[in-house]
Design a protein around this ligand. Structure first.
Ligand SMILES: [Fe+2]
Length: 299
């Protein structure tokens, strides 16, 4: 499959970047989003922050950090930004992002979902080491997430860190010993991974991180005075279909954003642990054990 993808001419990536992704499970693309898009994304994000100012508790769309107030807004996450501001859906379809996906999953690309992790200045929390696919198993592992840096991201802002080559290894259970959903890899499994050596994916605003749905990744707290807003868009090959209820989904989920629809699902025989039943919703208050803050499926 990788050979078939690599045999097709690349749209936006170099062949070396494509090969790096398949070998390492992640990629850092520095400065690939222009100022025009950044201006539009920042404006849309400000609209969201303004909406959050009036909130006193999290809702399904906006999750708040502790200490949030109208005068000192602290947002944790916006779920499904594509459903809450048209600019984000336009970006998901019309920007370079689906073209990056084409270069890595093949010509036919299916949109899955988006979110913004704000990682607010000084309060943005650690995201523990995890893999994404356990949150939303699909018939194959072509899913990848593209993280757009809306502002500059440096080492003290809790950049994403990815473990090279981990996408080729085990898909670890994300449950604690007592059977409750932990939303992260357990300590005894982490021992087999060289997480201390995982590189930080940093860059100026307009840079994009890429990671495969099997890649082990996480991030440290934001200890800086600057926020770390990251817009995460997840895509897959058109022949990857979810078989559990998605934690994040919108009416745009499943839209073919490049190429054509699949006529059948492609089935990868490698098994994936099932998540809890998200059919009742996935929010700051009920996800996982009720202590989902900072332990969500993304970055
Ligand atoms: Fe993640």
């Amino acid at each position: 499959m990788e050979e078939d993808i690599l045999a097709q001419p690349a749209r936006v990536l170099t062949q070396a970047q494509r090969e790096f992704y398949f070998e390492n499970g992640y990629l850092l693309l520095v400065g690939v989003i222009g100022d025009d898009w950044l201006t539009r994304l920042r404006s849309a994000m400000e609209d969201v922050v303004d909406r959050g100012r009036g909130m006193t508790k999290s809702d399904d769309a906006i999750w708040l950090e502790k200490g949030h107030s109208r005068s000192d807004p602290r947002l944790l996450r916006l779920n499904c930004p594509d459903a809450h501001h048209p600019e984000f859906w336009t970006y998901a379809r019309k920007s370079i992002l689906p073209d990056i996906a084409v270069d890595l999953v093949g010509p036919d690309v299916r949109y899955s979902h988006s979110l913004i992790n704000f990682k607010w200045a000084e309060v943005g929390q650690e995201v523990k080491w995890h893999q994404d696919i356990q949150f939303y198993p699909h018939t194959n592992y072509s899913l990848l997430s593209l993280g757009t840096m809306i502002e500059d991201i440096g080492p003290d802002q809790g950049p994403v860190r990815a473990v090279p080559g981990s996408h080729l290894g085990e898909v670890f259970p994300h449950y604690a010993e007592d059977g409750t959903w932990a939303a992260c890899i357990q300590d005894h499994d982490l021992e087999s991974l060289k997480v201390d050596e995982a590189p930080m994916l940093m860059g100026p605003a307009g840079s994009v991180t890429v990671h495969n749905c099997r890649t082990v990744h996480g991030s440290d707290p934001n200890v800086s005075v600057r926020g770390r807003p990251l817009l995460v868009n997840t895509y897959s090959a058109a022949d990857a279909f979810p078989y559990t209820h998605l934690p994040q989904w919108s009416t745009n989920t499943g839209t073919i954003v490049r190429g054509k629809s699949a006529t059948q699902a492609r089935l990868d025989p490698r098994p994936c642990p099932l998540p809890p039943d998200w059919s009742g919703g996935f929010s700051a208050n009920n996800a996982a054990t009720g202590e989902i803050r900072g332990d969500g499926p993304e970055l």
